[in-house]
Design a protein around this ligand. Structure first.
Ligand code: CUA
Length: 360
């Protein structure tokens, strides 16, 4: 009987060694794979580096935990499976193992407390950078576009733009707001994101460290046009940024402080260009189908159908006050009132174009 027990414990020790060996090899492979995979876009902010390092540490710590648990489960399923003739056996009675239970509680608890503390330090570090911000940008979300506000010169009129321009090497604080529902301001290359909530200001700051163009995304399902709520963040040299802002200031004054409205890409007199441009806030074609413009989107009504036989006044109202009459089968609250974000010349051009190609 005693000899049988010794043989049993020797056997289980060798099984344990086998499991640990398999677990160690797979853990190393898993960590290597986890660190090799290119998970994120380029690091365009100082915060991105800290966040990516936190990610790498999480990979290094959590892969072995996952591998260990899976190895034990799979090994046990295979090794201790029921063999023919054992159908009625119950296995030996086991009444717990205090030492083992202390270890498997203490180790995960220590790992968790350690990781939480580290994550807290990284978060605190990133959030306290707001105090050093030397530049403020107001970010306003609405269905379905972002508008960026830059403080005016010497307390002058705020400059509004639909493109986000930032100087490189600058700590920028974003104050995020919403005109309607909850959106979420996210530039993946900066790594940080925050909800735009109606009625309150939310903030975060990033230090721009790399010139380039990076997508701005809405990361909160906010309605039918959610997927079209994409713009571009241009991180440029300080001198280029100053020149751009100066241009917006003088241009903005002429247009009565209106949003940039895709200005350069779409001449104000060209209704078709305004319709088809992908520059917000126009981008009509990203929601509406129109044969002449070659667009096929189905988020909003097909304009060849709904504008047939309509006069200029109807088309104008549809652009400036879309709630006045909503096409059958479509919901209210989807299309923004473009009277706010287009200048009168652009509205005229769009009305003329739409009446020419669809109204007749
Ligand atoms: Cu705004 Cu999704």
């Amino acid at each position: 009987m005693a000899a049988e027990q010794t043989q049993g414990s020797r056997q289980s020790r060798s099984q344990l060694r086998q499991m640990l060996a398999i677990g160690a090899i797979v853990s190393i492979l898993g960590i290597a794979l986890g660190l090799l995979i290119d998970w994120f876009p380029v690091q365009a902010s100082g915060e991105a580096k800290k966040i990516d390092t936190l990610w790498d540490v999480l990979i290094i710590v959590s892969v072995p935990v996952f591998v260990l648990v899976q190895t034990i489960v799979l090994y046990s399923v295979w090794k201790f499976r029921m063999k023919p003739g054992e159908e009625l056996k119950d296995g030996p009675p086991i009444h717990g193992n205090t030492k083992l239970e202390i270890w498997w509680t203490a180790i995960p608890a220590t790992v968790l407390v350690g990781l939480c503390s580290y994550a807290y330090v990284v978060l605190h570090d990133i959030e306290s950078a707001s105090a050093d911000a030397t530049m403020n940008v107001r970010v306003v979300g609405e269905q379905f576009t972002w508008t960026f506000g830059y403080p005016g010169q010497n307390g002058g009129k705020e400059v509004l733009s639909n493109e986000l321009y930032l100087p490189v090497g600058t700590e920028v604080k974003f104050t995020v707001q919403s005109k309607d529902v909850i959106h979420d301001f996210w530039v993946p290359a900066f790594r940080e994101k925050i909800d735009a909530v109606p009625g309150i200001n939310t903030t975060y700051s990033v230090k721009t460290i790399r010139e380039g163009d990076y997508p701005v995304v809405c990361a909160e399902l906010c309605g039918l046009g959610h997927s079209t709520m994409r713009q571009t963040a241009h991180v440029v040299a300080k001198a280029d940024f100053d020149a751009w802002l100066q241009k917006q200031r003088s241009g903005g004054a002429q247009a009565g402080g209106q949003a940039a409205a895709g200005g350069a890409q779409a001449g104000p007199a060209d209704g078709k260009a305004l319709f088809t441009t992908s520059a917000q806030p126009v981008a009509c074609g990203s929601c509406h189908a129109l044969a002449d413009a070659g667009t096929t989107a189905t988020t909003g009504p097909n304009l060849d159908d709904v504008l047939k036989g309509k006069d200029a006044a109807f088309i104008r109202t549809s652009i400036t006050d879309p709630e006045a009459e909503v096409a059958k089968g479509f919901s209210t609250g989807i299309m923004p009132q473009y009277g706010d974000s287009l200048d009168p010349k652009q509205v005229d051009a769009l009305v003329k174009y739409l009446q020419d190609v669809a109204g007749k």
